[in-house]
Design a protein around this ligand. Structure first.
Ligand code: BGC
Length: 346
């Protein structure tokens, strides 16, 4: 189902698409940023609950720089000094986060109107042509993101990218979850389990990894056995002080490719449980520390830590960090990557 999602201030028209598995899960998406707008799942009493933060109109997505629900491209997370070198040539990106590049720049994939390649009852496929030099990245890239609502209340995101020159390909989705409902306030009482005992610590406040893959054991970064997000989020621990709360890449595997569990989150109040799976090497657990007070869907009040993200990705700054699996995409090759979020209630 397609309807208007409003006109942007620059005159572009955005549309809203609704897909469903006919078994209790409905997802709304806009072609602006191939963005998730609503994810409706049943709670423990069967009540339909919208578990992601968002807005009622497309322009609000551009006005608020939080990347709610958006696809980030060509590269999710940070690139040190906003520079990288491929085949002996150095490419300069926008410096938009301290001295670094975050989420590709001010006109990333999140602010484009994507073409809708196909739309079925339970799936929509968005496509984007990103020209050579786009945001500073080399090569003409064809990118696609397919969203499918599977029968077991799983939302599947399948990314593909191809380029005619060697480039960086590391798309992710920046959706903010609140399993209590998007309008239910803080996520600090959610329980989160991350399917790893390793993370990539950062050097300082600029949040560029040191290059080390460190154990979480014995620290407040340990979510391997499950932990309330709020339990230690303000602990006197350097890594948390640098980033103002959890905002770190957790290392799931050394290399991209194999589908595996990523995370499990649950909210006691609604009983909603979300399990994440991905074939990416890492996942950025971001606790929404930088959300500022403002109004979202249906007049809901959003604020600091009212949503959390689990952004499947190559490790931050991996294009510059030897020892991290590289997001380099060779000319003529296809990068395909799958992330799934499965919902249930207990
Ligand atoms: C980053 C945060 C950033 C947020 C919103 C996350 O992926 O890790 O540091 O504030 O995106 O831009």
């Amino acid at each position: 189902m397609k309807r208007s999602f409003g006109k942007l201030n620059d005159g572009r028209e955005a549309s809203l698409y609704t897909i469903t598995n006919g078994k209790g899960m409905t997802v709304c998406l806009t072609d602006l940023g191939a963005t998730l707008v609503k994810v409706l799942v049943p709670d423990k009493d069967g009540k339909e609950t919208d578990v992601i933060l968002g807005y009622d109109t497309a322009q609000e997505y551009l006005d608020n720089g939080f990347y709610f629900g958006a696809v980030i491209g060509r590269n999710g997370n940070r690139i040190d000094k906003a520079r990288f070198t491929i085949d002996g040539k150095t490419y300069q990106l926008a410096v938009n986060d301290n001295e670094n590049n975050l989420h590709s720049g001010p006109d990333g994939f999140d602010s484009r109107i994507w073409e809708v390649k196909s739309c079925a009852e339970n799936a929509v496929v968005f496509a984007l042509e990103s020209p050579d030099g786009d945001e500073g990245f080399p090569g003409n890239m064809h990118a696609e993101v397919a969203y499918t609502v599977l029968d077991d209340n799983t939302l599947e995101l399948c990314y593909t990218a191809e380029s005619d020159a060697d480039t960086v390909a590391n798309m992710t989705n920046h959706v903010y979850f609140n399993l209590g409902g998007h309008d239910s306030g803080s996520i600090l009482d959610h329980e989160l389990k991350l399917a790893t005992e390793y993370y990539t610590p950062v050097i300082d406040e600029q949040a560029i990894p040191t290059g080390e893959v460190a154990s979480v054991k014995g620290t407040v970064m340990d979510f391997s056995a499950g932990r309330r997000i709020g339990q230690d989020i303000d602990a006197d621990f350097d890594q948390l002080r640098y980033t103002g709360g959890y905002d770190h890449n957790f290392a799931l595997s050394a290399k991209a490719g194999e589908m595996k569990p990523m995370a499990l989150a649950r909210c006691k109040k609604t009983g909603i449980v979300m399990e994440g799976f991905t074939d990416c090497p890492g996942v950025q657990f971001y606790a929404g520390n930088f959300i500022t007070p403002h109004t979202g869907k249906g007049g809901a009040k959003y604020d600091k830590r009212f949503g959390f993200c689990l952004e499947s990705q190559y490790y931050p700054n991996a294009i510059n960090q030897e020892g991290f699996d590289s997001p380099l995409l060779k000319a003529g090759q296809t990068r395909r990557s799958v992330t799934r979020y499965r919902f249930s209630a207990e």
